[in-house]
Design a protein around this ligand. Structure first.
Ligand SMILES: *Cc1c(COP(=O)(O)O)cnc(C)c1O
Length: 366
């Protein structure tokens, strides 16, 4: 068949191992997944209550325009309804932007390591991928500016960055946005936006009003605990959204996902509780790293990337045997490191005890 040349040899996204599979393989009763940055507290109890009494008719198509959710999100953010686009997760939004703007002959600029879907989608479209190494785990925006040329179509800023959890400051971002040519789309992927505490990070919504080439992506998958419902949204100027919207599949969310996302937004109290617990959990990891002198990146998210001074794949496997699924740094272009989602206080304590045992076994410390 006449396959696109670029998909030859391409691999599908490698998700973390499913919990059930790990239980079976290692004969474990309990397995905790700290690999995909899901919210360990799940979603709002208001959503749970709603789902128990829900009688949605799933035989009919959802509202492809997501009118009710659109109104809710627009009011929540203080933007116009026409400035929003909803995706089947922000993964979908990344694919839409890529499909609309990337093709053979143009290039796209991104940090490395960063979220893998930017390059994956770009490669499918046959565009040239320009990866600019992080500097101390942070986007090197000046080098990214230098990598942009007349053929650049999209530049990606993952802020905070996955897998390092670091942010670029508003000051740096401001300078960057000012200097990117106006015909290059700047994607600000803010999947972990809600988790950020640093005062150096400022709300980016005003950039959308000032610059037609800025698009922000956020999601209900992480802090709102709705990963399985697949809802992400993009914010840009009306004209930019109008250009992108025809590329979107007509019914890319479900009726139920629209409903639960709306409820999630109304329960800001639950969100705040999750964010506070996440901060406390992060401190458990930071203390562990400092105690054992393991390098870590300052995280503004619900995960942390830190050094293990051992083979990441070995640590990954040893932790899996002990009931914890994490991400090996090898899979994230960060050898010698592991990326761990911040769990509940209890999960974190148990995890760190077992990690200490594994690292002792590996001869990292006595
Ligand atoms: C998790 C994640 C996404 C994708 O989230 P969706 O579930 O598709 O909304 C996008 N960007 C980054 C950086 C992520 O970590």
């Amino acid at each position: 068949m006449k396959w696109k040349q670029q998909i030859n040899g391409m691999k599908a996204y490698q998700p973390g191992k499913p919990i059930e599979e790990v239980k079976k393989e290692y004969g474990l009763d309990e397995v905790v997944k700290l690999a995909s940055n899901e919210n360990p507290y799940g979603f709002s109890p208001k959503i749970k209550a709603f789902l128990q009494n829900d009688h949605t008719n799933h035989a009919i198509y959802p509202d492809g325009y997501a009118q009710n959710l659109r109104t809710t999100v627009a009011n929540h953010l203080g933007v116009k309804e026409t400035q929003l686009m909803f995706g089947n997760g922000s993964d979908d939004l990344i694919a839409i932007v890529t499909r609309a703007l990337l093709y053979p002959g143009v290039n796209t600029v991104m940090a490395h390591p960063s979220f893998s879907q930017y390059s994956h989608n770009a490669e499918i479209e046959g565009a040239e991928v320009r990866k600019v190494p992080l500097k101390d785990g942070v986007h090197d925006l000046n080098s990214m500016l230098e990598a942009i040329d007349d053929n650049t179509s999209v530049v990606w800023v993952c802020n905070p960055n996955n897998p390092t959890g670091t942010i670029v400051s508003d000051e740096e971002l401001n300078h960057f946005i000012k200097n990117v040519p106006s015909d290059v789309l700047i994607v600000l992927d803010e999947a972990y936006y809600e988790y950020v505490h640093s005062s150096e990070f400022k709300n980016t919504l005003h950039y959308v009003n000032e610059y037609p080439n800025v698009i922000i992506m956020r999601t209900f998958s992480k802090a709102y605990g709705l990963a399985s419902f697949r809802v992400g949204y993009a914010i840009a100027q009306e004209d930019t959204i109008a250009k992108l919207d025809p590329v979107r599949a007509p019914f890319n969310n479900t009726i139920l996902s629209h409903k639960v996302a709306m409820i999630a937004l109304t329960d800001q109290e639950f969100l705040q509780q999750c964010l506070e617990k996440n901060e406390a959990g992060k401190r458990q990891f930071v203390e562990f790293c400092e105690k054992h002198q393991l390098h870590y990146y300052p995280s503004e998210t619900n995960f942390i990337l830190f050094e293990v001074k051992a083979d990441s794949d070995v640590v990954f496997k040893e932790m899996m045997k002990r009931g914890f699924i994490i991400r090996s740094g090898n899979a994230l272009s960060s050898p010698g490191y592991i990326r761990v989602t911040i769990g509940t206080q209890e999960q974190n304590a148990k995890f760190l005890n077992l990690l200490e045992e594994v690292l002792k076994e590996q001869g990292v410390f006595a």
